[in-house]
Write a protein that binds this ligand. Structure first.
Ligand code: CA
Ligand code: CA
Length: 233
């Protein structure tokens, strides 16, 4: 088992209410526009973490995935924001994965192509998140500089038992294979799901089977032994 990277997830430890779930505060932040400030902060934290890992023999190879909201992505200065955070933190753009969802890509395809192209030229790579749950138009897979598809967990989790979910996973793997896109299977929680995927193409696994969301420092304490052993092997 080789650890390839992490995804940045935001949590709100509230002094009175305890841990507030992102399911509660993200929709509100999106409505009010605060998501743009939160998004920028998350990107800064994530890039800062990449820099903190940059000199480590194992962790310097890890990628950092950051979820981008529609409001952030559609800002006229989105590219400049990302460029500024990279410059200010000194993070390696090749280690950064920006996760977009299908629904964000439909409005103004020309603008989307240009923004993604500019960032890609800087080294930033793009993942298509929750793939298969949106209004899929496979045409944009060809037009846009997408590096990776993340198969939504709803397909991954039922795939071993539900033939239609299994078939959808196979169809996504076939499309990705033809277009030479990397694939991440999300929400892998059981060995059975991992085995199902391992019998197919080379897929990166993400999910509770490998690690639950946790603060960066405890993650490092728990994983360093495992990943250092992997690198030595
Ligand atoms: Ca994501
Ligand atoms: Ca996802």
């Amino acid at each position: 088992r080789v650890y390839l990277g992490v995804e940045a997830l935001v949590r709100w430890p509230h002094p009175q209410r305890g841990m507030v779930s992102p399911a509660q505060f993200i929709p509100l932040a999106e409505q009010t526009g605060l998501i743009e400030t939160i998004g920028r902060w998350v990107l800064e934290q994530a890039c800062g973490q990449l820099v903190a890992w940059a000199s480590h023999p194992v962790r310097s190879h890890w990628t950092m995935a950051v979820n981008v909201s529609a409001r952030e992505f559609h800002r006229a200065d989105f590219v400049e924001q990302v460029r500024a955070v990279l410059a200010q933190t000194g993070a390696d753009p090749y280690k950064l994965r920006l996760e977009l969802t299908e629904s964000m890509l439909h409005s103004d395809l020309e603008e989307t192509v240009e923004k993604m192209g500019t960032l890609q030229a800087m080294g930033v790579r793009f993942s298509l998140d929750d793939f298969g749950t949106g209004y899929s138009s496979l045409a944009y897979l060809k037009r846009l500089p997408i590096h990776e598809l993340k198969i939504d967990k709803s397909f991954v989790q039922d795939a071993p038992h539900d033939p239609s979910d299994g078939a959808l996973v196979d169809a996504i793997l076939a499309v990705a294979g033809h277009l030479r896109l990397q694939v991440v299977a999300e929400g892998v929680e059981t060995q059975e799901q991992a085995d199902f995927l391992n019998r197919r193409a080379a897929v990166i696994h993400q999910g509770y089977l490998f690690g639950r969301p946790e603060p960066a420092d405890t993650l490092l304490a728990r994983w360093s032994a495992a990943s250092d052993a992997t690198s030595a092997a």
